[in-house]
Design a protein around this ligand. Sequence first.
Ligand code: 5GP
Length: 204
Amino acid sequence: MSETLLTSSSPSDRQRSRGRLIVVTGPSGVGKGTLLAAIRRRHPELQMSISATTRSPRPGEIDGVHYFFYTREQFESLRDRGQFLEWAEFAGNLYGTPLAPVKQRLQAGEDVILEIELQGARQVARTWPEAFKLFIRPPSLAELERRLRERGQDTEESIQKRLATAELELKAESEFDLAIVNDRIDRAVQELETAILDATVAQH
Ligand code: 5GP
């Protein structure tokens, strides 16, 4: 994580950062991507950060669109040069938010959404305290397992790792500004939309 770069920005830099950083976290499989895709269809002006990962692309995933896909060596080299706003190891792979595009957009007054897991969200909370942090949770762990299996994108080993991590992640809900239960998608989209718009309007 690039603690130096972030903490070295002066208060006047921060005041010029008129955009708002919005962090969306929740266990893998909870539906963060689906909810955010619905929000973006309604609000194309909202920017999503494109993460870097060492995970292999899933069918249909495009490099530079869904993720920047890197080898572990490439990722570690970028990380060691302070190029990530935050990064974490999740289910055996590395994930990170490229710092430069996020800084540029915030300074241009644009709001930026990060869809990241818990360790990364905690790093952002420390280094970027004015970020608005949202937590998405499933109605139950059993339902989360059903969704992970239904999407059919992960190996059994990866599903087991994701479920074990989910149990820990669910205990962290109180660290967030707001929690939304993804029980019915239309309702959850509505709630997420209201929360994001309130957070971004409050900033401007
Ligand atoms: P997936 O492999 O299912 O795409 O992502 C696994 C987990 O990594 C999800 O919870 C997702 O939100 C999280 N994730 C994706 N990009 C990043 C990132 O840049 N940083 C962090 N910390 N987590 C990420």
